[in-house]
Design a protein around this ligand. Structure first.
Ligand SMILES: N[C@@H](CCC(=O)N[C@@H](CS)C(=O)NCC(=O)O)C(=O)O
Length: 120
């Protein structure tokens, strides 16, 4: 039994346990990110046509940027909402020189930016 859930009903214990695991997974992802933040990270999901446009551009240009699927990965969804202030994809997260992140949301802006950052 998870600490602190003694006396809970089974339903509440299940809910508390799931919340604890979610919090743990967010913490682990934040800690690993804190030590080595990626210079670029793309939030996207497969069925989004604007994301497909960005993926195609990356593919054609052979640019390798890690990505997170915000439909399949609740931690990524939350990161995007907390950091970027909205859940729209695609979003390019850019690590700035001061260590903060810039959150870029428009597919056309993302492609323009990457085109300049990774000249052919
Ligand atoms: N003009 C934007 C459109 C992006 C867009 O509409 N994304 C949809 C998915 S296809 C979305 O994220 N909708 C959910 C939301 O905004 O929270 C672009 O070109 O990137």
């Amino acid at each position: 039994m998870i600490d602190g859930t003694r006396g809970f009903s089974r339903r509440h214990r299940r809910r508390a346990t799931s919340l604890l695991f979610e919090r743990e997974s967010l913490y682990v992802s934040q800690m690993s990110e804190r030590s080595t933040p990626e210079p670029y990270l793309i939030y996207q999901y497969r069925a989004c046509p604007f994301c497909a446009r960005v993926r195609r551009f990356l593919d054609i240009r052979g640019i390798d940027i890690p990505s997170r699927d915000t439909l399949r990965d609740p931690t990524a969804f939350r990161e995007l909402l907390q950091g970027g202030g909205r859940t729209t994809v695609p979003c390019l997260r850019i690590l700035k020189d001061d260590g903060d992140f810039e959150w870029m949301f428009e597919s056309a802006d993302i492609i323009d930016y990457l085109d300049r950052a990774f000249p052919a």
